[in-house]
Write a protein that binds this ligand. Structure first.
Ligand code: NAP
Ligand code: ZN
Length: 423
C-alpha cells in the first residue's frame, strides 16, 4: 500500500495553488499503486520513487516505458490554433496518485462543446488542447486508496475530473457547481504536466476515482462515451423538472443531446414533441419515440400545440428564435436551455414573452456524478443507447464540420485504435 509520504507526494489535489487555479478557472470559463496490475499488489508501484520497471503491465503495454518520475507518455489529437486542423500531440499525463484510476481510452464521443471550445466560441484557451469529455474504456492501473475499481473494469468519464469535495455544493453531490471551481476534463488549469487538463481524444487518462463511472455489462463501450455528457446533460433537467408519464414535453434540436433526450423522455413515459430545423430527421425522431415533429416552427403545428406543453428542453447550440417556443408552454411551465452558443451572440427573449403565462426560462449544466451513474443505469435498464457513428481520429476535423452543418447522425464517436498510427 502507499505510505502516507508517498500519498502526499502524489496526491496534490487539495493544495492551495490548485484551489486558486480552480477559482480562476471558474471565473474564466463556466464551461469549460498499489493495487495496479493484478489488482492485488502489495507495493506502491506508481509512487514517484518507484522504478519504471515496476509499471503495471496493462499500462505499460498501452503507453510503453514510463519515465523515472512516473509521468505517463500519452498521445492525442489537439487544437493548436482555432483556425488550423487538429493534429497529433504527444504529451505527459500526471503519475497515478493514490486516489487515481488510469484508463485506456477506447472511445470518445464528439460533443458540440468540444467544437465551441476548440473554435474559441467561449473565449481563449491554453493551446495545444485536447478536447473530448465523453470517454469510455478499461481500467489499466489503480492507486493504493482506490476501492471501487480494479484493473479490467469498464468505465467512463464525463465533463468533470475534480472538485474541492468540501464546499456547500460538493458536499450535497453537485460537483458541477463546486463553489471553488470544478476541474473540467479539458482546459482547466491544474498542476498536470501541460498546465491544463487534457481531454479524451487521446489514448490514456488519469482520473480521480470519484469522477469515474461504472459501465453496466449490457452497454457497449462505444455507446457509453456519449452517455457521459450528452445523456446526463438532458437527464438531469428532465428529472429536475419532474418529467413523468403524464407529461407532454418539447425537445428542440435533434442532435447529440436532443436524440438521446427523446429516448430518455419516452422511457420516462412522457409524450414527446420534437422541434427540428431538418425535415429529413422527422422519421428518425419518430423512431426514437417522438409522437409528433414540428419542422421550422411550422405555423399550423405551432398553433396546434399553443400553451400545451409542460416543459421544453432546448439543445440548440447557436442563437435562435426562442419566443415561439415559450408560446407552446402551459401556464407556469419552464423552458430549459442546455445549448450554449457563442459568448458574443446571446439568445434573446422579447420582454413580454415570459409574462403572458408566467413562464420560467432556465438553464442546466451537465449533471452530477451520481446523476451520471443514474443515467447510465437507466439506459441499461431501458435498453437505451445513443446512435453512434464510429470514426478514426484522423477524420476528426471533417467530423467537426459535419456536426456544425447538422449532418451528424447522431453522435460521432472516435475509435481510439486509430491513434496507434500516431504513436
Ligand atoms: P449537435 O449534435 O450539433 O446538436 C445540435 C442540434 O441543434 C443540431 O443537430 C440541430 O438539430 C440544431 N441546430 C444546430 N445548429 C443550429 C442552428 N444554427 N439553428 C438552429 N438549430 C440548430 O450538438 P450537441 O452536442 O447536442 O450540443 C448541443 C449544445 O449543447 C451545444 O451548444 C453544446 O455546447 C451544449 N452542451 C451543453 C451542456 C450543458 O451542460 N449545458 C452539455 C453538453 C453540451 P436539428 O437539425 O434538429 O434542427
Ligand atoms: Zn459535452
Amino acid at each position: 500500500m502507499n505510505n502516507s509520504a508517498d500519498s502526499r507526494a502524489i496526491d496534490n489535489s487539495d493544495d492551495q495553488p490548485n484551489v486558486n487555479a480552480r477559482r480562476r478557472n471558474l471565473l474564466k470559463s463556466a464551461m469549460t499503486a498499489a493495487l495496479v496490475g493484478s489488482g492485488m499488489g502489495a507495493a506502491s508501484l506508481m509512487a514517484p520513487s518507484a522504478s519504471a520497471a515496476s509499471t503495471p503491465a496493462r499500462l505499460k503495454n498501452l503507453v510503453g516505458p514510463i519515465s523515472t518520475n512516473n509521468t505517463i507518455p500519452a498521445v492525442g489529437y489537439a487544437v493548436y490554433a482555432s483556425d488550423q486542423p487538429m493534429r497529433a500531440f504527444k504529451f505527459l499525463r500526471r503519475p497515478v496518485g493514490p486516489k487515481d484510476v488510469a484508463i485506456e481510452i477506447q472511445y470518445c464521443g464528439v460533443c458540440h462543446s468540444d467544437i465551441h471550445t476548440g473554435l474559441g466560441h467561449w473565449g481563449p484557451q491554453k493551446l495545444p488542447l485536447i478536447t473530448g469529455h465523453e470517454l469510455a474504456g478499461v481500467v489499466v492501473a489503480v492507486g493504493g486508496s482506490v476501492s471501487r475499481y480494479r484493473v479490467g473494469d469498464r468505465v467512463g468519464v464525463g465533463c468533470m475530473v475534480d472538485s474541492c469535495g468540501v464546499c456547500s455544493e460538493c458536499t450535497v453531490g453537485f460537483e458541477q457547481f463546486c463553489t471553488k471551481g470544478t476541474t473540467w476534463t479539458y482546459g482547466s488549469p491544474t498542476s498536470d504536466p501541460t498546465g491544463v487538463t487534457q481531454g479524451g481524444y487521446s489514448n490514456v487518462a488519469v482520473v480521480k476515482e470519484h469522477f469515474v463511472i461504472s459501465v453496466p455489462d449490457n452497454i457497449e463501450l462505444a455507446a457509453a462515451g456519449p452517455i457521459m455528457c450528452s445523456a446526463v446533460t438532458v437527464y438531469s433537467p428532465l428529472r429536475h423538472w419532474d418529467v413523468r408519464p403524464d407529461s407532454k414535453i418539447g425537445i428542440v434540436g435533434l442532435g447529440g443531446l436532443g436524440h438521446i433526450a427523446v429516448k430518455l423522455a419516452k422511457a420516462m413515459g412522457a409524450k414527446v414533441i420534437v422541434l427540428t430545423t431538418s425535415s429529413d430527421k422527422v422519421a428518425d425522431a419518430k423512431k426514437f419515440g417522438a409522437s409528433d415533429v414540428i419542422v421550422n416552427y411550422d405555423k399550423a403545428s405551432m398553433d396546434k400545440y399553443s400553451r400545451s406543453l409542460d416543459f421544453i428542453l432546448d439543445t440548440v447550440p447557436y442563437k435562435h428564435e426562442m419566443d415561439p417556443l415559450v408560446s407552446l408552454l402551459k401556464r407556469d411551465a419552464t423552458l430549459c436551455l442546455v445549448g450554449v452558443g457563442k459568448a458574443d451572440e446571446p439568445n434573446q427573449l422579447a420582454p413580454i414573452t415570459n409574462v403572458l403565462a408566467r413562464n420560467s426560462f432556465a438553464g442546466s449544466l451537465i449533471g452530477s456524478i451520481r446523476e451520471t451513474q443514474d443515467v447510465i443505469d437507466f439506459c441499461s435498464q431501458h435498453n437505451i443507447s445513443p446512435e453512434v457513428n464510429l470514426i478514426p481520429i484522423q477524420q476528426i476535423n471533417s467530423a467537426w464540420r459535419e456536426v456544425i452543418d447538422k449532418k451528424a447522425r447522431y453522435r460521432f464517436v472516435i475509435d481510439m485504435t486509430s491513434l496507434k498510427k500516431e504513436i
